[in-house]
Design a protein around this ligand. Sequence first.
Ligand code: URA
Length: 432
Amino acid sequence: MRMVDLIHKKREGGSLTRAEIEYIIQGYTRGEIPDYQMSAFAMTVFFKGMNKQEIADFTNAIVHSGETIDLSPIKGIKVDKHSTGGVGDKVSLIIIPLVAAVGVPVAKMSGRGLGHTGGTIDKLESIEGFRTELSREEFIHNVNTYKMAIAGQSANLTPADKKLYALRDVTDTVDSIPLIASSVMSKKIASGADCIVLDVKVGSGAFMKSLAQAKELAQTMVEIGKSLNRKTIAVITDMSQPLGYEIGNANEVKEAITVLQGKGPEDLTVVALTIASYMTILGEVYKDFDQAYRELERVIKSGQAFAKLKELVQIQGGNPEVIDHPDKLPQAKNHIEVKAWQSGYVESINAEAIGITAMLLGAGRKKKGDLIDHSAGITILKKIGDEVKAGEPICILHTNMEECGEAEQMIKNAFSFSKVKPPQIKYVYEVI
Ligand code: URA
């Protein structure tokens, strides 16, 4: 087989066989297929797509490009969750203790942030001492004993995806449905959970900008799950503006704590409760959505979910006092207000631009391996539909940098105002 012939076949609209797909993934993982051929291949997939069989075979080949994790020593139905990536998305910080509090084992593997989207592992590391590198034994022990553990993905999990994702990032081939679906599902399948709840984001801060695209991505991932024997539910949620009010790391942990105390922002609370409800249904603790949602609300009100977060921090080596006293989390030196330049209503917020601004302030990485500043970030004060007066602050930049004129300008460009109140945004669009 020759890679150039397979690129040609795909370019001309043909379908690849399982053997051909395995040849591509194995060859690329071993370094026998160079980046320039893989880039051309990713671009042909971007334009020509893949059929269902090709997507399933591609996913499976990525799963087997590295180690797979056997979670069978964990008792019960193991449930995992994955977001396709957003801005201010701290849902995982909330659902891990919440779902564990009702007895569903949560074996969570998470990533770091890259580009405009944040990562759960970075957020948790703003808690002093919190360890995200757990041995397989400790991970399994913690899930069996406490019903929860969170770890960064081991270096050898889906190495083909790691290489291909980095290549897609620099060849403008990230937002291809077959490539995102296989990337997300290969990681979830290799990490061994029985059931998966996917949070498919749609809007200005997501890879999928329209509901039609988000639905197609959700359906594609649910079908991959089915074909590889994993019960999968996809929830399409809003990312037309940041989720909640905080974007960064330490400040996102703070906001997640407020949700577990029953006093968090409405959009974040509804999305977290919705995702958690489907996790508990797949985990067979509750039968239907209304029952699950009600019970999980009760678990928050009773303080059990908050106590479970403290327990998570404690067992993974962090300082649990931080959860009672979030002011002990890292704080930036400078807090700069950005003010509205006209009166009216907030009409739109470009969430991707907000994510990029947070990264420029130090909250994210420009490139892999960069150090991040856990105290840096943005607090949004006005969201879509809120009334503002000219001169009123619309957000606060938290930074240790002395000069952030570029960030201030980006924030200004990210907001638009209108004279009339825009329609209310839905938090959850559809469940597939
Ligand atoms: N998240 C992933 O894990 N992979 C993608 O391709 C996009 C978002």
